[in-house]
Design a protein around this ligand. Structure first.
Ligand code: HEC
Length: 195
């Protein structure tokens, strides 16, 4: 864990962020990282299993609902349970509400660099930041594209006409297309108040 944090902090020196604190001790950071990961990391694993099941049983058009309804519902339920903000965002977002903020954009760009250098890159980062005089722990986990993602986020030829039409109807400003496998599709982003 420590090694991961050290790598993350080396890639993103704290000093590059105006609003990032240097106050968190290594121990505080690694405890925050650990307890955040326990809550958040099972989410993409669960989602992917549900998505694969749905595609197999009911087909890709029906499976749109998994990414459209189930994922945000899951994130919302977890947010309510913990009191943290938990959501999925991307630089190339499909849902207009899934747009990255500055911190998320830098973090996701960093993950893209990591993944380009190592296909098994861990792609996670945790930092203590100050927002309006209050301290928060920000956590991000990279979501990598796999074969299953291509039918809805892949290149034009990988998306059926039926799906294309459906996606266009729901998301006229969709940016989340044209992906290959092993790219960073987006991140799970957490903002957790520190008491
Ligand atoms: C059946 C179609 C479908 C498949 C397969 C699919 N997605 Fe999505 N994805 C969507 C839709 C639709 C949205 C928009 C959801 C919303 O409205 O919040 C979306 C949104 C997302 C977002 C939120 C950010 C954004 O762009 O709005 C992420 C991250 C994401 N998908 C990752 C993945 C990953 C990773 C995979 C493969 C494991 C995957 N998706 C597979 C349809 C799909």
């Amino acid at each position: 864990m420590k090694a991961v944090l050290v790598i993350a902090l080396t890639l993103f020196p704290l000093t590059t962020y105006a609003n990032v604190d240097n106050k968190g001790t290594d121990q505080q950071l690694s405890e925050l990282m650990k307890s955040t990961k326990e809550v958040v990391d099972p989410m993409p694993v669960k989602l992917k299993a549900l998505l694969t099941d749905e595609i197999t049983n009911n087909g890709p058009v029906k499976a749109i609902e998994m990414c459209r309804v189930k994922a945000p519902t899951m994130a919302k339920a977890l947010s309510e349970k913990t009191g943290w903000s938990i959501k999925r965002v991307s630089i190339k977002n499909r849902n207009p509400e899934g747009k990255t903020d500055k911190w998320e954009e830098k973090t996701m760009t960093g993950f893209e660099r990591q993944l380009a250098g190592n296909i098994d890159a861990v792609m996670e980062q945790g930092e203590i930041v100050t927002i309006k005089n209050k301290q928060y722990f920000r956590y991000a986990k990279g979501l990598k594209t796999t074969k299953e993602c291509s039918m809805c986020h892949g290149k034009d030829e990988n998306i059926t006409t039926e799906l294309k039409e459906k996606l266009k109807e729901i998301y006229p400003d969709d940016l989340a297309k044209g992906y290959d496998v092993n790219q960073v599709r987006g991140i799970i982003s957490v903002i957790r108040p520190i008491n």
